[in-house]
Ligand binder design. Structure first.
Ligand code: NAD
Length: 495
C-alpha cells in the first residue's frame, strides 16, 4: 500500500497516527493512505517555510528565474507521469488530465517573467531634488489550500508566482487526490529549489485551521466549495492575513435563436460533461432562448448518448466521479429532478461503464423543462448533469443569471455581435465566454468569479496574482544638499 507523506524542508516526514484512504475512482480500490496532519506537524511545516524565507527572498531574480525555468522544463518533459497520477486518483480521462497540467504549466511560464513583473516605477525630481520610486516585496510564508477537482492546476494557479516573487509556500492539497503535489515537490527539488521553500502538508480541517491560525502564515489562497471558502476568508482575515478564497459555482450558457446550434450543442457537451462535470467552470444550466429548444435538446441528446463513460486510462470520453458518496449525491439530484417534474432526456443512472471493479460512475444526464425552483437548477451538483431551462427572451435569461448567488463563469452563443457585446456589459459574472463555453482566462489574465464564487478582492494568477503575493513600498529620497536644511513642521508639500 502506497503511503503519501508530508514534504517538509525538502524531504518526506513519517506519517503520524491519523491517515485517510485514497481511492482509484474508476475501480473503487483503495490505493494508498494519506497522512492527516496534526497541529504540531502543521507548525513544523510553517516553521520550515519561515526559516527558508529570508534566504529565498534575498536570492537574486536571475537565480530564482533559472530555477523556475528548470521546473518548467522538467514538468514539460514529464507531464505524462503527472497526468497518469491525476487520472488514477481523480478519475478524469488522461487527455483531460494532460490539459490540466498544461494550463498549470502556463502559469509557471508566466512566472518565468517575474523580473519584468516585479519592476517598480521611478520618478526623478518629484519635488526639487527629491526622487520617488516603488518596489514590491515578498510577504513571507504563504498557504495554498486546494480542492480535489484540479489536483495539479489549481495549486499551480498560485505557487509559481508566490515562489517567483520570493515567498515560501505550504500547500495543503485535497486529501482525495494528494499525490500530484508530492510529485511536484520532488520536481522542485530536482530543479534546484532550496529546501523549505515548497512544503506539502496533507490533511483535513485540522491542517487548514492550523494554517489559518498560525501568525507566521502571511497570506492564504483557498479554492473549494463556497461554505468552506467563506469560513477560510472570515477566519484568516480576522487573523490579519491577506486572503483570496475562491468558492463554488453554477454556470449558465445562453443560446440565442440565431446561434449555430451544432456549435452550441458541441459546446454544451464539452462544458457539461468534461471531467464528469467536476469543474468550477462546467456549464450546468443551459438557457435556450426562443423556439430553438426542441432542436437544441435533440442535438445535445444525440451527442450525449454517444459518449463512452469508463476508466480514464481506456480512451473513454468521460471518467467516474471522485468518491462513492459523491456518486450517490449526484444520483440523488437526478432522482430529485425527475420527481420535481423535469424531463429526463438522457439518464446517466445505472450506465454500464468501461472499467474493472466497482467504480463511481454516473453517465451524462440531460434534463429538459427545468424550472428555477428545482434543486437541480439551484444547487451546484458538480456532476455530469446538464439542465435545459427554456426562456422566452434574452432579458429573462440575463435576469436569471444575474439573480443567481454565484458568478464564476458564463457563456453566450450567438452570431450577433451587438447581442454578445450587450451580454458582456450586463452580466454579473467574473469570466465570460462568447461562443466559448469554458472561458478560463490565460495565465497572463486573472482567474476569478464574483459574488459567492470568490471572497476577497484579488483574482488568481496574472498581474493580480503578482499583486497578491507582494506588498508595495514607495520610497522618497533626497541626497544631501545644504540648501535643503531648515525646520518646517507643516505637512510635506512639493515644490
Ligand atoms: P471542499 O470545499 O470540500 O475542499 C476544499 C479544501 O478545503 C480541501 O483542501 C479540503 O481538505 C478543505 N476542507 C474541507 N472541509 C473543510 C473544513 N470543514 N474546514 C476546513 N477545510 C476544509 O471542495 P472540494 O470538494 O475539494 O472541491 C470542489 C469545490 O471546489 C466545488 O464547489 C467547486 O466549485 C470549487 N472550485 C472552485 C474553483 C474556483 O475557481 N472558484 C475552482 C475549483 C473548484
Amino acid at each position: 500500500m502506497n503511503t503519501i507523506e508530508h514534504w517538509i524542508n525538502g524531504s518526506y516526514v513519517p506519517v503520524g497516527d491519523r491517515t485517510a484512504p485514497v481511492t482509484n475512482p474508476a475501480t473503487g480500490k483503495v490505493t494508498g493512505q494519506v497522512a492527516l496532519a496534526s497541529s504540531q506537524e502543521c507548525d513544523a511545516a510553517v516553521a520550515a517555510a519561515k526559516a527558508a524565507f529570508p534566504a529565498w527572498r534575498d536570492t537574486s531574480l536571475a537565480r530564482r528565474t533559472q530555477i523556475l525555468f528548470a521546473f518548467r522544463e522538467l514538468l514539460n518533459s514529464r507531464k505524462g507521469e503527472l497526468a497518469a497520477i491525476i487520472t488514477s486518483e481523480h478519475g478524469k480521462v488522461l487527455d483531460d488530465a494532460l490539459g490540466e497540467v498544461t494550463r498549470g504549466q502556463e502559469v509557471v511560464e508566466f512566472a518565468c517573467g517575474i523580473p519584468h513583473l516585479l519592476k517598480g516605477s521611478y520618478t526623478e525630481n518629484a519635488s526639487t531634488s527629491v526622487d520617488v520610486h516603488s518596489i514590491r516585496q515578498a510577504l513571507g510564508p504563504v498557504a495554498v489550500i486546494s480542492p480535489f477537482n484540479f489536483p495539479a492546476m489549481v495549486p499551480m494557479w498560485f505557487f509559481p508566482l508566490a515562489i517567483a516573487a520570493g515567498n515560501t509556500v505550504i500547500i495543503k492539497p485535497s486529501e482525495k487526490d494528494p499525490t500530484a503535489v508530492n510529485w511536484m515537490a520532488e520536481l522542485w527539488k530536482e530543479a534546484g529549489l532550496p529546501a523549505g521553500v515548497f512544503n506539502v502538508l496533507h490533511g483535513d480541517k485540522v491542517a487548514v485551521d492550523g494554517l489559518l491560525n498560525n501568525p507566521d502564515v502571511k497570506a492564504v489562497s483557498f479554492v473549494g466549495s463556497t461554505p468552506i471558502a467563506k469560513y477560510v476568508y472570515q477566519t484568516a482575515t480576522a487573523n490579519g492575513k491577506r486572503v483570496q478564497a475562491l468558492g463554488g459555482a453554477k454556470n449558465h450558457m445562453i443560446v440565442l435563436p440565431d446561434a449555430d446550434l451544432d456549435l452550441a450543442a458541441d459546446a454544451a457537451i464539452n462544458a457539461g460533461f468534461g471531467s464528469a462535470g467536476e469543474r468550477c467552470m462546467a456549464i450546468s444550466a443551459l438557457l435556450a432562448v426562443g423556439d430553438i429548444a426542441d432542436d437544441l435538446v435533440a442535438k445535445i441528446a444525440q451527442r450525449a448518448a454517444a459518449l463512452r463513460t469508463g476508466d480514464g486510462l481506456r480512451g473513454c470520453d468521460m471518467g467516474p466521479l471522485v468518491t462513492a458518496q459523491h456518486r450517490d449525491k449526484v444520483a440523488g439530484y437526478i432522482d430529485a429532478g425527475e420527481a420535481s417534474g423535469a424531463t429526463v432526456v438522457v439518464d446517466g443512472r445505472n450506465i454500464a461503464a468501461d472499467a474493472e471493479g466497482d467504480g463511481f460512475f454516473v453517465g451524462p444526464t440531460l434534463f429538459d423543462n427545468v424550472t428555477p425552483d428545482m434543486s437541480i437548477y439551484q444547487d451546484e451538483i458538480f456532476g455530469p448533469v446538464l439542465s435545459v431551462v427554456r426562456m422566452d427572451t434574452y432579458e429573462q435569461a440575463l435576469n436569471l443569471i444575474n439573480s443567481n448567488p454565484y458568478g464564476n463563469g458564463t457563456a453566450i452563443f450567438t452570431n450577433d455581435g451587438g447581442a454578445a457585446r450587450r451580454f458582456e456589459n450586463e452580466v454579473e459574472v467574473g469570466m465570460v465566454g462568447i461562443n466559448v463555453p469554458v472561458p478560463v482566462p490565460m495565465a497572463y489574465y486573472s482567474f476569478g468569479g464574483w459574488k459567492n464564487s470568490l471572497f476577497g478582492d484579488t483574482h488568481a494568477h496574472g498581474t493580480e496574482g503578482v499583486g497578491f503575493f507582494t506588498r508595495g513600498k514607495a520610497v522618497t529620497s533626497r541626497w544631501l544638499d545644504p540648501s535643503h536644511g531648515g525646520i518646517n513642521l507643516g505637512f510635506p508639500q512639493n515644490a
